[in-house]
Ligand binder design. Structure first.
Ligand code: NDP
Length: 296
């Protein structure tokens, strides 16, 4: 039975890890806030490790789902870092929405220990993680992905090999930049329409039958903004991080990117205004404050 170490039981990591708590795998979990790992192990077919080093010791697969690539890289470091505990031939699957450059550095480092690295960020949100229907975009060696497939498949509906290490992270970041643009542009548009006397529900009915529609207009706004529910599933701070990565990818590739650069600035501003715990859709609250118009 393959031993899987899962590190990072956050909003999306927890439901992902649940799909690995099956008789098919021997699952060990670790989380920085230890109580979350202890609670997980008491409720699922898993053991919890006191340190990340203990979790990865001799594991066949290591899955990470932390906030940033810097957090993943930091786990490797130092005398108590996990790098020293990685087994020869192990597979490192990083599901963090990270940055390509850091992942490329990590992959080179791990290759020296005969540990394969895949960047495997996910999309589909907490709801998709709960029902195991995430889309996973993978960067790295195709043969390594074949080996990792059974583990990733536990929480995925769709697994797409995108290219070399870093390709998954680059693609995820661009997707997130588009999400930010959709949220902000729809927020501005609906605020103006509301002021002009068009109810947001009416505007969405038309937009969702027209070419401007998106997941943001079809799902996020009707379920979260118009209801004023604003559930906290994906932190704005993480979206800000993602759009910042997208802006860097564009700069590195020397593609002029005024729109994505502006989206990055708007997300950073919204994060500063709303704080670290706000949900990403709450960025709309900033538009509402600026314009003095509530979208409900
Ligand atoms: P959360 O903020 O809910 O959780 C972050 C996790 O990372 C927690 O387990 C946290 O530990 C851990 N962590 C943060 N910093 C460190 C550190 N320095 N060292 C060790 N552990 C650390 O984030 P999510 O679960 O929502 O997101 C995780 C990743 O998945 C992010 O990259 C995000 O962008 C991405 N993602 C999230 C989606 C979502 O809908 N939530 C959708 C798609 C991708 P602790 O519990 O101690 O804080």
């Amino acid at each position: 039975m393959p031993v899987v170490a899962f590190l990072g039981l956050g909003a999306i990591g927890t439901p992902m890890a649940r799909h690995l708590a099956t008789p098919e795998f021997s699952l060990r979990v670790w989380n920085r806030t230890a109580a979350k790992a202890a609670d997980f192990a008491s409720e699922h077919d898993a053991t919890h490790a006191a340190t990340p080093r203990e979790a990865v010791d001799g594991a066949d697969f290591i899955v990470t789902c932390l906030s940033t690539s810097a957090d993943v890289e930091a786990l490797l470091d130092g005398p108590s870092g996990i790098e020293a505990g990685l087994a020869d031939g192990a597979m490192f699957i990083d599901c963090t929405s990270g940055d390509p450059a850091t992942s490329q550095r990590i992959a080179v480092r791990l290759a020296k220990k005969n540990v394969a690295f895949l960047d495997a960020p996910v999309s589909g949100g907490v709801a998709g993680a709960e029902i195991g229907t995430l889309t996973v975009m993978v960067g790295g060696d195709a043969k390594a992905l074949e080996r990792a497939n059974a583990v990733i498949d536990a929480f995925a509906e769709k697994i797409v090999h995108c290219g070399a290490v870093g390709a998954g992270h680059a693609l995820k970041a661009i997707n997130q930049a588009m999400l930010a643009v959709h949220i902000w542009s729809l927020g501005e548009g609906l605020a103006a329409l509301a002021r002009a006397g068009v109810k947001p529900a009416v505007a969405l009915e038309v937009i969702n039958a027209s070419s401007g529609r998106s997941n943001t207009s079809q799902n996020l706004f009707p379920q979260r903004v118009l209801t004023r529910a604003f559930p906290r599933t994906f932190r704005l701070a993480l979206l800000d991080k993602d759009v910042g990565i997208a802006a860097r990818v564009l700069r590195e590739q020397k593609i002029p990117a005024p729109m994505i650069q502006l989206a990055a600035e708007l997300m950073s501003m919204a994060r500063r205004e709303l704080g670290e715990e706000a949900d990403h859709v709450e960025a709309v609250r900033v538009i509402e404050r600026m314009g003095g118009e509530v979208i409900d």
